[in-house]
Structures are given as structure tokens and as C-alpha cells.
Ligand binder design. Structure first.
Ligand SMILES: Cc1cc2nc3c(=O)[nH]c(=O)nc-3n(C[C@H](O)[C@H](O)[C@H](O)COP(=O)(O)OP(=O)(O)OC[C@H]3O[C@@H](n4cnc5c(N)ncnc54)[C@H](O)[C@@H]3O)c2cc1C
Length: 484
């Protein structure tokens, strides 16, 4: 019998982890990657100078390839190069390089509803040739497309405008060496990273943001616990109480207030209570102290003029370089999706299963949503979900019916990694329950967060692991019986 064929777009840690699981479960898998190596976000072609992982490393491991214990017990957070090497090691040791076509960018996907297959157009970036491939399923991993605003008067501006991802080591050093006047825009993860790096070089910049973000305190909920301090256990308890509150309807925000009050989350700038501005990132006390002492301007850019940035509050700032730390979009607008040749605007579509599927193309799955785990473990949980989805073999009509049950979400709107238009966590368990229906449950999720915060251990939810391992055993049995 012909194996079900699956194309995975992207060889970041999601593509790698899912690729491994799906091969182990007996599927025919091919991975297409636009860059010339694996790693995605952590590949030096994408990562900006000085990027380190915020998340404690025990939360970001491939399920079958643990990081060394050595990274657990200190404040050092790994650099993008460490993560890049880790991803490469995984791809190499698990034989995944053989599955990946590099420099191959998917530009288009058409779903043929009669044949129930997807045709994807892949452009080879080295020779610009395009080729079509047919697959039973396509998994689209997260695409970090840099978001860069257009400023009024930009055409008259004589300086340079960069997205944070463009700032590699040489550009960063040149800015300092040539004493260029910098305006940094944005108060989230990349904004704070750049502010920290400039401050560490004693280099003054103008840092503009509407509001500073809240971050988890690395010391309070990770480091102190790991180093055996009593406060570590107390903070883990506070975190847990806050998490429970966040998942109680109408009480949700109380969880954030409690966290802020107890120092579980910290805001290294002017405090506010808009918890849409909370980044699931971790900042240690040293970073918080440095960043809190930087000059921060709370406004936004009105327009650009010659060599000046003019702010909404009327301030005029001389500027050679604008760095837009304005985040990335998990969805690439340039990709063309169609059904039976009719182009579909994905953003307008209703979707189901936590932004994963649109009913018009039931054989296409997106993986941008983060819950219920971080890093490759998140991809592992999604592999279980995906296996379940393939087995259910839902039609467009069935998916449309599901849509009506939760039609209040817009496509990608709530992706907590890159969008801040809804607070994180509230009703996580409820949503996760629905997303992973038949695989994991609220109890499993609570067990998972309990392990993280009280034992500082991670690992997939038991039910997720069991679901996948059952499929692997089934595949093994089939394989043996086909040989005898
Ligand atoms: C600056 C920054 C910092 C972050 N810090 C953290 C952190 O500390 N902790 C954390 O857990 N998460 C962090 N994240 C989120 C991080 O991106 C994800 O957790 C993780 O790297 C996502 O992995 P992924 O494989 O799903 O996607 P990605 O790493 O984005 O990989 C997607 C891959 O798809 C490829 N691709 C894109 N379009 C196409 C196409 N059309 N055809 C073929 N290939 C394509 C890309 O080249 C890329 O290699 C951060 C993100 C950013 C942008």
C-alpha cells in the first residue's frame, strides 16, 4: 500500500522534530527549506547579532536528543549559534539531512478537491527553477517574516532603516565604530536585546516604544529554584497560583496582577497594567537592571525627515540608523494558496484547531501556535495532533462545521509568539483541550506545567508520548508482518 506522503515546509526545530516523528511512524516525509541549512530562527542567516534564547534550555529540547545538564544550572542562556549547532547535530545524528531539500522555497500551494491532494510549487533559489510536487499533506511551519513599518516621509529620509534581524555583528560594530546616531523602535524581546547590547558597549541610543513589555523573571522562577534557594519553591508556587487564576474565566487578569506584585514577571521600564504587553520570554536580574537604566522614550514615530525622526510627542531626534525591533509575522503574505485553482486569502478564512487548519484546504496544517509546550517539545505535541488529524481524515464540510463552534478567532491572530493582541494563557486549558482532543487533557497540561515549575523538568505530556509511541509500535508490527 502506498505510504501517505507529507511535505514539511521549513527545517527549523519544528520541521526537524515533526519530520523525525512522522518518519518513525511510517510516513513518507520530505522537508523543503528556503535557507541552505537547518535551524530556522537560530540559523545565522536569520538571527540577529547577540540573539540568545530566552527560554530555559530544559524547555527547548528535542524529545529524543536532550541538552547536556550543564546548561541547567547557571544564568547563561545559549546563543543562537549554540542552538544552531544543536539543531544541526540533531539533523545529522537522526539522519534528517537526507530528507531535506535546501535552498528550496515553497511559493504556492494548490489543493485539488477531487483528487484530495496538494500540489506545491518549489523554487530552487540557486537556479531560480520552479518545480511542482504532489503530496497528501503539507505542514507549514512558522515563517518568521520580518515586520517592518512604513513611516511617513520615509522617501526623504537619508539614513538607513533596518529590521532587527538584519543587524549582524559587522553592522552592529560599524554603527558603534562610526558613532552613528541610532533610534531603536520597539519594547519587546528584540528591542530589549538591542538596548542591552548597546548599553553594554556604553553606547547611547534613543529607544522609542509605546510601552515596555513584561517578562518572566528568570531568577525568580528558574535560577533560584535550580540553585536550591527556598524562594525558588515559593515563587514556583506563586507562578502556579497565577497560572490557575489566568485560566479561570473573568478572573484571568488577576493572575497577571498577582505575578507582577510577587515579582514573577518584571517590566524593565515604566510599569503599566496592559498585560497584552507580556512576552513569554525570561529576563535575568542583570538584564533587567541594565535595561531599566537605559533612556526610554514612550511615544511613536510621526514621520521621518532628512536625517531626523519626528515623534508623535513633537520630539525631533537626529538619526543615522533606525533599527525596527518590530517583530516577525508567522505568516508569509507572498505565499499563494488556492483550492482548485481559486486563490484563497488565508487571513480572511475561518480556521479550526488553534489556527492550524482552514477548511478549504483540509490537507494543509500550520504549526505557528505555541501551546501546549515550548520549543521542539511543542512540535512533538503537534506531531501527535497531526497524526490524529490524519487518522480522522476530516473533509472540508466537517471542518466547516467545526468552524461554527469557534468562529470568534481570526487566522493567526492569537499566535502568542509574535502578536500581542490578546493576553496569553487565559483559558489555555480549555483551548488546549480542544486542540489536543483525544490526545491530551487538562489534567495532562496541569501535570506538565507542574513538572516545569516545581521539578524544573520538562518532557512531553504522558498522553502525547503514548499516542506517538503507539503509532511507532504499530508501524513496527506492520513492517515485521510485511516481511514474514
Ligand atoms: C528574535 C526571536 C527570538 C525568539 N526567542 C525564542 C526563545 O527564546 N524561546 C522560544 O521558545 N522561542 C523563541 N522564538 C520563537 C522561535 O522562532 C520559535 O520558538 C522557533 O524557533 C520556531 O521554530 P519553527 O521551526 O517553528 O520556525 P522557524 O525557526 O521560524 O523555522 C521556519 C523555517 O521555515 C523556512 N521557510 C520559511 N518560509 C519558507 C518557504 N516558503 N519555503 C521553504 N522554507 C521556508 C525558514 O527559512 C525557516 O528555516 C523567537 C523568535 C524570534 C524571531
Amino acid at each position: 500500500m502506498k505510504k501517505t506522503s507529507i511535505a514539511i515546509i521549513g527545517a527549523g526545530w519544528t520541521g526537524l522534530q515533526m519530520g523525525k516523528v512522522l518518519v518513525d511512524c511510517g510516513y513518507e516525509v520530505k522537508i523543503f527549506e528556503a535557507l541552505d541549512d537547518v535551524g530556522g530562527t537560530w540559523n545565522p542567516k536569520i538571527a540577529y547579532h547577540g540573539l540568545t534564547i530566552h527560554t530555559p534550555i530544559f524547555l527547548c529540547q528535542f524529545v529524543d536528543y536532550p541538552f547536556s545538564e550543564v546548561f541547567h544550572n547557571n544564568l547563561k542562556r545559549l546563543s543562537f549559534l549554540d542552538i544552531f549547532e544543536y539543531c544541526r547535530g540533531y539533523a545529522r545524528d537522526k539522519g534528517l539531512y537526507d530528507l531535506i531539500s535546501f535552498n528550496c522555497k515553497m511559493t504556492r500551494l494548490d489543493y485539488n478537491s477531487t483528487l484530495d491532494v496538494c500540489t506545491i510549487s518549489i523554487t530552487n533559489k540557486l537556479n531560480n527553477e520552479s518545480k511542482d510536487y504532489k503530496f497528501d499533506y503539507v505542514i507549514s511551519t512558522q515563517f518568521n517574516v520580518p515586520k517592518i513599518p512604513t513611516f511617513p516621509g520615509q522617501d526623504k529620509y537619508l539614513g538607513k532603516i533596518y529590521h532587527s534581524n538584519d543587524i549582524k555583528e559587522d553592522i552592529f560594530n560599524d554603527i558603534i565604530k562610526n558613532k552613528q546616531k541610532v533610534v531603536l523602535v520597539g519594547g519587546s524581546k528584540s528591542g530589549t536585546d538591542f538596548a542591552y547590547m548597546f548599553a553594554n558597549r556604553n553606547y547611547n541610543i534613543n529607544w522609542i516604544m509605546e510601552q515596555m513589555y513584561w517578562f518572566y523573571s528568570y531568577d525568580n522562577i528558574i535560577y533560584n529554584f535550580k540553585t536550591g534557594k527556598k524562594s525558588g519553591f515559593i515563587n514556583a508556587t506563586f507562578w502556579f497560583i497565577g497560572f490557575i487564576l489566568l485560566n479561570i474565566k473573568y478572573l484571568g487578569k488577576m493572575g497577571y496582577y498577582a505575578w507582577a506584585l510577587l515579582g514573577i514577571i518584571k517590566c524593565p521600564g515604566k510599569k503599566h497594567f496592559d498585560f497584552n504587553k507580556f512576552h513569554i520570554g525570561y529576563m535575568d536580574q542583570h538584564q533587567i537592571d541594565i535595561i531599566s537604566n537605559t533612556k526610554q522614550i514612550y511615544s511613536s514615530i510621526s514621520h521621518l525627515d532628512n536625517k531626523q525622526v519626528v515623534l508623535e510627542n513633537g520630539l525631533e531626534i537626529d538619526c543615522d540608523v533606525i533599527i525596527c525591533a518590530t517583530g516577525c509575522d508567522p505568516f508569509d503574505e507572498d505565499l499563494i494558496f488556492s483550492r482548485d485553482g481559486q486563490v484563497i486569502n488565508i487571513r480572511d478564512q475561518k480556521q479550526v484547531y488553534q489556527y492550524s487548519v482552514i477548511p478549504q484546504i483540509p490537507k494543509l496544517c500550520f504549526t505557528a501556535f505555541i501551546f501546549p509546550a515550548a520549543g521542539p517539545e511543542n512540535a512533538y505535541a503537534k506531531s501527535a495532533w497531526f497524526l490524529n488529524y490524519v487518522e480522522k481524515n476530516l473533509t472540508s464540510t466537517q471542518l466547516h462545521e467545526l468552524c461554527n463552534k469557534n468562529d470568534n478567532w481570526n487566522f493567526m491572530k492569537g499566535s502568542p509568539l509574535f502578536q500581542s493582541n490578546e493576553p496569553y494563557y487565559p483559558l489555555t486549558a480549555e483551548r488546549t483541550g480542544e486542540f489536543l482532543s483525544g490526545i491530551a487533557d487538562k489534567k495532562g497540561l496541569l501535570g506538565y506545567v507542574y513538572n516545569i515549575h516545581f521539578k524544573k523538568q520538562s518532557g512531553p505530556m504522558k498522553a502525547v508520548r503514548k499516542f506517538i509511541e503507539d503509532r511507532m509500535v504499530r508501524r513496527e508490527r506492520k513492517h515485521i508482518s510485511s516481511q514474514t
